[in-house]
Design a binder for this molecule. Structure first.
Ligand code: DX5
Ligand code: ZN
Length: 218
C-alpha cells in the first residue's frame, strides 16, 4: 500500500545506472521519472530513451510523470520504452478521458496529475479510468522546492471522492516531500510518496528511504 518513489531528477546523471540500483537496493518501490518539455513547464529533462536506459538496470515499476504538452503524441513511445505507470496533467490534456483510456489500452497503469492550484473536481468524471491520482505539492518544473501546505485539504477531498465511489486508486504526492512533510500527507490520504532531493541529496540512500518510512504508519 505505501510506496516510496525516488525521483531521478535529483540523481547524478553521469552515473544514472548506479544511482537507480542504489535506491533499488535501499528499498525503493518505484522509480519516478520526470519528463519535462520546456513548454508545459519551464525546464527540459528526459524522454523515452532515458526511460529505456533506466528500464535496463532495474526491475522496479517505472512511474513516468509527463509534464508535457500534447501527451497523447508520446504515450506509445513511453510504453515501448518500458513505463509501467504513466501520469498526465489535467492542465495539459484536452481530452482527458480519451488520453487515460489510451494509456490503459496500451497495457500500463494510468494516472492523472493536478497542479497545486487545480481543483479536485476536475477529475470527478475520470476516476473509473485511473489507477493513481498524483497531487503536485509544488509547482512542477524543478526539484528541491518547498512543500505547499494548501494542497493538504485537496488530498483529503480526493481521498473522500475515491472512497465514496469504492474505487481502488492510489494517491501520490510529489514535491517537497521529506521527513518533515511526509506524515501530514499520509494523514491527508496519500499513500505513494515521491522524493527527489530528500533521497538523492543524501549519501546513504537506504538510510534516507528508511527515515521517510519511519514517519509513516504502516
Ligand atoms: C517536480 C517533479 C518532482 C521533483 C521532486 O516538477 O515532478 O518529481 O523531482 O523533487 P523534490 O522531492 O526535490 O521536491
Ligand atoms: Zn514528478
Amino acid at each position: 500500500m505505501i510506496k516510496i518513489a525516488p525521483s531521478i531528477l535529483a540523481a547524478d546523471f553521469s552515473k544514472l545506472a548506479e544511482e537507480v540500483k542504489d535506491v533499488e537496493k535501499g528499498g525503493a518501490d518505484y522509480i519516478h521519472i520526470d519528463v519535462m518539455d520546456g513548454h508545459f513547464v519551464p525546464n527540459i529533462t528526459m524522454g523515452p530513451i532515458a526511460v529505456e536506459a533506466v528500464r535496463k538496470v532495474t526491475n522496479l515499476p517505472l512511474d513516468v510523470h509527463l509534464m508535457i504538452e500534447n501527451p497523447d503524441q508520446y504515450i506509445k513511445a513511453f510504453v515501448e520504452a518500458g513505463a509501467d505507470i504513466i501520469t498526465v496533467h489535467v492542465e495539459a490534456t484536452h481530452h482527458l478521458h480519451r488520453t487515460l483510456q489510451e494509456i490503459r489500452r496500451l497495457g500500463v497503469k494510468s494516472g492523472v496529475v493536478l497542479n497545486p492550484a487545480t481543483p479536485a473536481s476536475t477529475i470527478a468524471h475520470v476516476l473509473e479510468e485511473i489507477d493513481m491520482v498524483l497531487l503536485m505539492t509544488v509547482n512542477p518544473g524543478f526539484g528541491g522546492q518547498a512543500f505547499i501546505d494548501a494542497v493538504l485539504p485537496k488530498m483529503r477531498e480526493v481521498r473522500r471522492m475515491i472512497e465514496e465511489k469504492g474505487l481502488n486508486i492510489d494517491i501520490e504526492v510529489d514535491g517537497g516531500i521529506h521527513e518533515g512533510t511526509i506524515k501530514a500527507c499520509q494523514e491527508a490520504g496519500a499513500n505513494v510518496f515521491v522524493a527527489g532531493s530528500a533521497i538523492f541529496n543524501k549519501s546513504d540512500r537506504q538510510a534516507a528511504i528508511h527515515e521517510l518510512r519511519s514517519k509513516l504508519i504502516t
